[in-house]
Design a protein around this ligand. Structure first.
Ligand SMILES: [Zn+2]
Length: 281
């Protein structure tokens, strides 16, 4: 992969991203969980406690964030949504009630939900939505073409590269990976059981630090995928802040929203020419 000239002569780019699921992540996992007070309370921790703490940290270091929010959560927590928008951060699409496209009946159902979600996001945030992260990292065969059809510029979920790339439909992909997802290490429910136990934040810090150092060495971009109901707890947000301070100390790291990285990357890397076979699709 050719080196990218990141903004301000930076050596690498870092995206701090937050999937603001709220209660929707539990309801979509199992609708019965939507009736369990403890699961609703775990979900509500994100909008109630996690978001203010995250916004405070971003403001302290003057950093941009990207917040992928299900439109159901946008409607459920209007003041929280407003606080993110007011702070100037990017809002991205993340389903309506955190539905997984791969499990949907067909492309029509997926399209209907996408249109509904985008309408709500535009109405309640006033932003032009340019990016999407599929709920639960589970897109369908139709997802990318549908996002492109409705004018989105990028998607951020695939796991086959460390570098951005183009989907055949022309949509930019900003890949992620499970090892950079806080939910994997810390997401937990006792009853019914979910998750892999609660990890020591120091272990996660060491994984993320080495991913950052490798990215810095190669001049790439790092996509840190977190959830306010998870990262918002003291021992985790303090770990993230320590990592951010280490990155800032380098002096040549570009902190950017995923939308900015997608725009900068696609300015410098043109989509591959379509083959006759692709054009026919
Ligand atoms: Zn999510």
């Amino acid at each position: 992969m050719a080196r990218i000239k990141w903004k301000n002569g930076a050596r690498c780019a870092v995206c701090l991203t937050f999937d603001v699921d709220g209660e929707s992540v539990w309801i979509s996992r199992d609708p019965h969980l939507g009736h369990r007070p403890i699961h609703n309370s775990m979900g509500a921790y994100g909008p109630k406690v996690g978001i203010p703490r995250i916004l405070k940290m971003l403001k302290k270091y003057n950093l941009p964030g990207t917040f992928f929010i299900p439109s159901w959560t946008v409607e459920k927590w209007p003041k929280m949504t407003e606080s993110i928008v007011r702070a100037g951060h990017e809002i991205g699409h993340h389903g309506h009630l955190h539905e997984k496209p791969f499990q949907m009946a067909d492309a029509e159902r997926e399209e209907e939900l996408l249109v509904r979600s985008l309408d709500i996001l535009k109405r309640d945030t006033g932003q032009k939505i340019t990016g999407s992260r599929t709920p639960s990292c589970d897109p369908s065969a139709h997802t990318m073409a549908l996002l492109k059809k409705y004018g989105l510029h990028y998607h951020s979920n695939m796991m086959d590269d460390d570098w951005p790339y183009y989907h055949p439909c022309g949509l930019v992909e900003l890949p992620t990976k499970w090892s950079m997802d806080d939910f994997i290490f810390f997401g937990y429910s006792g009853n019914p059981p979910a998750g892999h136990g609660i990890w020591d934040a120091e272990s996660v810090h060491s994984i993320w630090l080495e991913e950052f150092e490798g990215t810095y060495e190669e001049g790439g971009y790092l996509n840190i995928m977190t959830h306010p109901q998870i990262i918002g707890q003291h021992h985790r947000i303090r770990m993230l802040e320590r990592l951010v301070r280490h990155m800032l100390d380098k002096g040549d790291v570009w902190f950017a929203s995923t939308g900015e990285v997608a725009r900068e990357w696609s300015k410098q890397v043109k989509p591959p020419k379509k083959t006759a076979k692709n054009r026919a699709k």
